[in-house]
Design a protein. Structure first.
Lengths: 339, 339
DNA sequence: CCAGATATCGTAAACGTTTGCGTAGATAAA
DNA sequence: TTTATCTACGCAAACGTTTACGATATCTGG
């Protein structure tokens, strides 16, 4: 209903719509005096081009989509921060979609996005997804896609990830060196590559230390926080020999703390805990939490950069553009050796 | 470039574009057999309508914008969660913009949004904004706006807020009852109504307890976390009599903890701390943090509901639709009376 | 059997922008 | 002078949908 459009400007200036349009694009085909007149009136009337008309005509939306499991999570919110930063600098808009780690929702969302609403897509796939035909369909419908963190290997594109195998290895090794011999591994994405990598690192570190792998110590922590905490309490009760926990996702670290608190297990005396986390307050926890921290902001930034470069150059994204950033281990109280 | 559009469907089915369009909208003007044929082919070819063409024609984008200071903050990320939930259920898309509490960015963003890109807007204004003409311009350009938390009183629309005066009063009273007599107030939005309300509650509680208001104990905590921590360390050093801190935003609570830790001040023995926060791990901090927790998820949900109702009914939003939700005080270790 | 209602479909305009093409006038080159 | 080049602008089509309006055929009641 904002009726200040090119036609309106053209009428008031006694020019054609084409000339007004070109003037606003600073085209060489229009004289500088006319440009000035057009710009002046446009500013006065507070003209803003209709994004939909422009997108329709040019087949370019200047919009990217971000599809992630959740936003109330330091990793993803930091990533969004990085994404938004890069997008804003390049004049792109950011649509956000949350899957809540639910396969059905992910399918519905990718279906929407087939309609050409976005020029490109940044995605971290839902842990509930076991099957990826919806992503292949989406990919076939053209938009550039870059996966970050939770990638989909079936799609031939670039991924931005972290050194997950190494991190899993280091985390486990860290617990072993601190004296742990029965280490539980909590994960959420066993069927995703990210989960498998961390798992393999965990297993390799156990093997290197001569500790037998016990798959009953691997807990799948989907579901909500309360049920996860219950799950952990059950584990700790039934397996009192567990003296270390390696949580591969922030939420599970919190649940671990709560389970220990509820059962009166002292950290780090009885149980040591390390986890993937971007919690800013890790050092303020009781006790301070040893974390493996992913460069979430940089991941978002780099993924967005790769995507936007491809969009602007209209070139396909190659797997060779993939990036692996390094996570960092911050040693704190929760894994301190005692006695 | 996804060339499966209405024309393509029409050609393959020997129908007109109009009929195909109507069939997909389940119009009564097309026979059920034709509808079936159309739907079948659409499904087979994975047809998805072009959102931009549709938006252009109908002057409806099925998109709302969310403009907030930051996303790496539990309050806002929970709010987004609520917003996205409501939007998704109604088939709306969500564009997200971050101001980083910067006035210039907010102006630039509102300028974009004048172009009719969104049907409506949910907004929490930047603390750096002292002047609101950009918002009035935006409002004049038509889209429905609902403010949440950090409202702009100059705009005649609905707001979703919390009982900030009462919360400020209760927080301060809580500290006083715990034995504090020199209470610092850290705030970030002194020129926004939300900041003023909390401030007034703080002052009223002081007065009720017969404590003189000392404006040098009111600290403006804009800027980054490190400089805030420095600011607080300086305060605690120069004013050793300070025995209570009321932080009106999550970030400042963290800085307070860090400042105390750095200076060796024991919480709650030397200083008691209470703060607005949606930190899920508040109870796991050392010591557990007493919080005033806003119903962030519900705020997002309610704000989105008001907005979408107005959009769908094409009715203006009235200030009378405003909502005030209640925050809750969770008493924990950081404000425990001692000795 | 005919007037009118009903069911089903097509034609074409419109949304606001971008852009290939054409053109009038001015200038420069021959 | 004529021809070519350049400048500055307008015309009109196109992007993919939606929708007002019309058209045709079938059906109904009298």
């Amino acid at each position: 209903m904002n009726s200040v459009n090119l036609k309106r400007l053209a009428q008031e200036l006694n020019l054609s719509i084409a000339t007004v349009s070109r003037a606003l694009q600073d085209s060489y085909e229009v004289s500088s005096q006319t440009k000035e007149r057009v710009r002046a009136l446009a500013a006065e009337l507070n003209y803003e081009p209709n994004a939909y008309a422009s997108s329709l005509r040019r087949n370019i939306s200047k919009t990217i989509g971000v599809v992630i499991p959740e936003v109330n999570n330091h990793f993803f919110s930091l990533a969004i921060n990085g994404i938004e930063e890069v997008a804003r600098q390049s004049g792109y808009h950011v649509l956000i979609y949350l899957t809540h780690d639910d396969y059905e929702r992910e399918v519905a969302i990718t279906q929407y996005l087939t309609g050409g609403r976005v020029d490109g897509l940044l995605m971290s796939v839902a842990s509930g997804s076991q099957e990826f035909s919806h992503l292949e369909k989406l990919y076939a419908s053209k938009p550039a896609i870059v996966f970050f963190d939770r990638v989909c290997e079936a799609i031939h594109t670039a991924n931005v990830t972290t050194n997950d195998y190494e991190s899993g290895y280091l985390a486990t090794q860290h617990l072993i060196e601190a004296g742990c011999t029965h280490i539980a591994h909590l994960l959420v994405s066993g069927n995703l590559s990210i989960g498998r990598m961390r798992m393999q690192g965990y297993q390799a570190a156990l093997q290197a230390a001569g500790i037998a792998f016990d798959e009953t110590l691997v807990i799948d922590g989907n579901g909500d926080d309360e049920s996860n905490t219950e799950l952990l309490k059950n584990l700790l009760r039934s397996r009192p020999e567990v003296d270390g926990i390696f949580a591969s996702v922030e939420r599970l670290v919190i649940s671990s703390y709560q389970a220990c608190q509820a059962l009166g297990r002292a950290i780090p005396q009885d149980i040591k805990i390390i986890g993937f986390s971007n919690l800013g307050v890790a050092s303020l926890l009781a006790p301070a939490l040893t974390t493996i921290t992913q460069p979430a902001y940089e991941i978002g930034k780099e993924a967005a950069k790769i995507l936007l470069r491809a969009i602007e150059k209209k070139k396909a994204i190659l797997p060779s553009q993939s990036l692996v950033l390094k996570s960092e281990l911050f040693q704190r109280k929760s894994t301190e050796p005692c006695g």
